[in-house]
Every structure is written in structure tokens, then in C-alpha cells.
Ligand binder design. Structure first.
Ligand SMILES: [Zn+2]
Length: 307
């Protein structure tokens, strides 16, 4: 029987760890707040303590597979992470450090690393909205926009593990400068705070987050509706650029904005029709994510993919 794996999901606010069996069941799980510290070791202690606690539960003797999903950017050739929202970690050698912890407790580790957008796609492909598909693009739209692709049932990681960075595809070459340094990126129009900023520019005063904005749009407030519509046009253009490039027709949308329902999906699908005009992407389909913990389960899928 396939032994269970350890999955680690590292985000800016929390770190989740779990023991996951071959059928996707979580038998043990720990969630820690990500330590607010500039000391890399203080932050890592949350991961190390969790690993030590769970490796006992996994009842795996000898070799154990671990999948680590992390906020990006990451660098898979060196096994390091530099999460934008964890300033204390820059080029932090997460693969080496996780391996060390497991060796200390007498296990022989095999550690895989992927970005959180990639793990989201792996999780939704394995057990969520994309489980009937060989190829999907997973897309997380919240305060930022992340993504990842599973092509022919394997993660498309890219050279450094950052492939399908959909938020930073430019959809407006004459647009304003993005935080990344390029111009007119999808994220500048479609991420939650961008939707809110656009609505505020046009007089909306209903709140300061995307949840308030989508609630108002659902109630028919015209400025809120228009701001979301504009953002979804940018997202649609970026999605179709990705579909044209990868020849993938199923997208799974999650994240805070992605979970808002039809108020997002209806304008998004309408704009997709304007861009998805080539025959091979004309059937482009976007589905809501199904899993609450796609990133964690995706990290487990990554671990199972390691031999
Ligand atoms: Zn950008």
C-alpha cells in the first residue's frame, strides 16, 4: 500500500501541515500562525515543530515523502523561497531545512517544492473541480493573482517553478506601471484591491474590501457592478492568453474574489467570449474551485508524484 505523505502549505498568515493518505484523506493536521519576525529561523520553527509533531503520526518508517507549497516567488533548482508576504525569508533554503528536520528524527526524506498557485492547481486537479480533466489551469484571485497549470496530468512547473504567473501577463501594453516593473498587468485591474480602487475612483463608498464590493454588486449597485466588469475583462484577456499558449480549455477559479460566485463568473464568462475566438479555445470553460484546502492537498499530490 502507498504510505501517507506529509504536506506543508506556507502562506503569509498561516502555515498548515498535514498527513495525507493516497486517497486524499487528511488523518492529522496542524495550523500555525506564520510568525511575524525578521528572523528566518523563528519563522522556520513553526514549520519544524509541526513536522516533528506530525511525522510521528504518519507512522512511516524510513523514507518519507514531503510536499511543500509556498507563497512565491520560489526557486525550485535551489530549493529556496522568497515569499513577498514573508519578508523575513529571502532565498530561504526550505527544501534543505525540511530535509534536515526529518533526518534529525531518523527519517529519509524526499522533499518536493512548488509555489502556492501550482499547489492550488494540483489540488483542484486531483480532488476538486478539475478531477475529470487531464489538463487545467488553476487561478487564485484575491489580494494578488496566482496560478498554475496541470498539463496531461502533470504539474507544469517551469524552469524555476514559477510558470503560469497569470497575474503578471500584460493585457495593456500602454497601461500604467505594475509593482513588478512591467506595464498593464492583469493584476493591476483584476485583483481584489484593484476592483475596490476602481469603484472608489467612481464614487463608491460602500467599504474597503472586495467582499463589500461583491456584496454591493450582487445587490445591483451600478458602480460596483461596473468596477467588477472592468476587472473581469482584464482577467478574461489574461486567461485567454494563457489558454491560447497552453491549449488548455478548463480553468478553475478560487481565492477570495473567485469565491464570490455569479457576480464574478457572469461578467467573466461574458468577456471570455470576446477573447476566446480561435477554434481551439472557443470552448474555454471556467469553473468555481471546490476545495477549501486545495493548496495543502496539492502539496500532498506533489509529494505523491515524487519517486
Ligand atoms: Zn506585473
Amino acid at each position: 500500500m502507498t504510505p501517507p505523505v506529509l504536506a506543508v502549505d506556507i502562506g503569509g498568515t498561516k502555515i498548515a501541515l498535514a498527513v495525507v493518505t493516497h486517497d486524499g484523506s487528511i488523518t492529522d493536521q496542524l495550523v500555525r500562525r506564520t510568525p511575524r519576525s525578521n528572523d528566518p529561523e523563528t519563522i522556520f520553527s513553526a514549520v519544524a515543530d509541526g513536522l516533528r509533531a506530525l511525522v510521528e503520526q504518519a507512522r512511516v518508517v524510513g523514507r518519507i515523502r514531503v510536499g511543500v507549497g509556498s507563497a512565491g516567488p520560489i526557486d525550485t533548482p535551489s530549493g529556496t523561497v522568497s515569499p513577498v508576504n514573508i519578508p523575513g525569508w529571502r532565498a530561504f533554503p526550505i527544501v534543505e531545512r525540511v530535509s534536515e528536520v526529518l533526518v534529525e528524527v531518523g527519517r529519509q526524506p524526499v522533499v518536493g517544492l512548488a509555489g502556492d498557485g501550482h499547489c492550488f492547481a494540483l489540488g483542484e486537479h486531483w480532488l476538486g473541480a478539475g478531477r475529470d480533466c487531464d489538463s487545467i489551469v488553476g487561478l487564485v484571485v484575491s489580494t494578488g493573482i496566482g496560478g498554475g497549470a496541470v498539463l496531461d496530468n502533470a504539474l507544469f512547473a517551469g524552469r524555476t517553478g514559477n510558470a503560469v504567473h497569470l497575474g503578471h501577463i500584460s493585457v495593456n501594453a500602454w497601461g500604467e506601471r505594475c509593482v513588478c516593473g512591467a506595464y498593464g498587468c492583469v493584476e493591476m485591474y483584476a485583483r481584489g484591491p484593484a476592483l475596490v480602487a476602481e469603484a472608489r475612483r467612481n464614487g463608491w463608498a460602500g467599504g474597503d474590501d472586495a467582499q463589500a464590493l461583491t456584496a454591493d454588486a450582487r445587490a445591483g449597485e451600478p458602480v460596483a457592478v461596473a468596477a467588477i466588469d472592468r476587472g473581469m475583462r482584464a482577467l478574461a484577456a489574461g486567461m485567454v492568453a494563457t489558454a491560447v499558449e497552453l491549449d488548455v480549455s478548463t480553468f478553475v477559479l478560487g481565492g477570495g474574489v473567485g469565491q464570490a460566485g455569479e457576480v464574478i463568473f457572469t461578467p467573466l464568462r461574458r468577456h471570455l467570449r470576446d477573447f476566446a475566438v480561435l477554434d481551439y479555445v472557443a470552448d474555454l470553460e471556467v469553473r468555481p474551485a471546490e476545495l477549501a484546502n486545495a493548496g495543502l492537498l496539492g502539496a500532498a499530490a506533489l509529494a505523491f508524484s515524487r519517486s
